[in-house]
Design a protein around this ligand. Structure first.
Ligand code: 13P
Length: 250
């Protein structure tokens, strides 16, 4: 269960939210809870989470470990701050920052090489869904991201299905539709490596997840968790989402 805070929260706000979530969720056994603050708040949020069950994640990473890449952040730097996870290939990065399947694959390999667990985002636009392209597009995104990875590496990944039209719109996918895409993500991963690795791969749903609709997604057998944007910015709503998810999967 991951919260993507996107470009929200100053350092002080991030520490307050991390501390509030620690209080509510440190006892939430059975769920891996990941908070992904902006880069500027990673160090302080990490300190607020130190010694807890809640993990820290970043929202992006560069594929090189160091070098002349002004403004970029590398996997060893994230590891140094205590990050265990990193979101890669979010549709907002693909749409606004020129992220491609090629850069996503490079970032996935760099993250895994450094010991970070990638949360890879895939998903179609509304036009692509209307044109019946969801399956081919998602299969292609997954195949590109997993290219060259071995079974153990795939087993350590999370892939988030985030239909672009559902992000920040209040119009989520249905559990059934999300479950179907989750199944084809797992199938694609299995064809590329081994079914045993694909079974361990974690598939998340993201896009207008709330405390009210999370159960619908978690009831889908192929969906293991959620990547939450807006509703992860408040302690009460994110904690309620995690608790509701646990109640379904328990
Ligand atoms: P919302 O939950 O705000 O729709 O955002 C989803 C998302 O993009 C998470 O990465």
């Amino acid at each position: 269960m991951a919260g993507n805070w996107k470009m929200h929260k100053t350092v002080g706000e991030a520490v307050a939210l991390a501390a509030a979530l620690r209080e509510r969720l440190d006892g939430a056994e059975g769920a891996d809870v990941v908070l992904c603050p902006p880069f500027t708040a990673l160090a302080a949020a990490g300190q607020a989470l130190a010694g807890s069950r809640l993990a820290l994640g970043a929202q992006d990473v560069h594929w090189e470990p160091q070098g002349a890449f002004t403004g970029a952040i590398s996997a060893p730097m994230l590891l140094d701050l205590g990050c265990r996870y990193v979101i890669i290939g979010h549709s907002e990065r693909r749409q606004y920052f020129g992220e491609t399947d090629t850069t996503v694959a490079r970032k996935v390999q760099a993250a895994l090489g450094a010991g970070l667990a990638p949360i890879v985002c895939v998903g179609e636009s509304w036009e692509q869904r209307q044109a019946g392209q969801t399956e081919s597009l998602v299969r292609g995104q997954v195949a590109a991201a997993l290219d060259g990875l071995d079974a153990d590496q795939v087993a350590g990944l999370a892939i988030a299905y985030e239909p672009i039209w559902a992000i920040g719109t209040g119009r989520s996918a249905t559990g059934k539709d999300a479950g179907e895409v989750a199944a084809l993500i797992r199938e694609t991963a299995g064809l590329m490596t081994a079914p045993t690795a694909a079974a361990r791969l974690r598939v998340l749903y993201g896009g207008s997840v709330t405390p009210d609709n999370i159960a619908e997604f978690m009831e889908e057998p192929e969906i293991d968790g959620a990547l939450v944007g807006g509703a992860s910015l408040k302690a009460d709503s994110f904690a309620a989402i995690v608790q509701a998810a646990l109640a379904v999967k328990a």
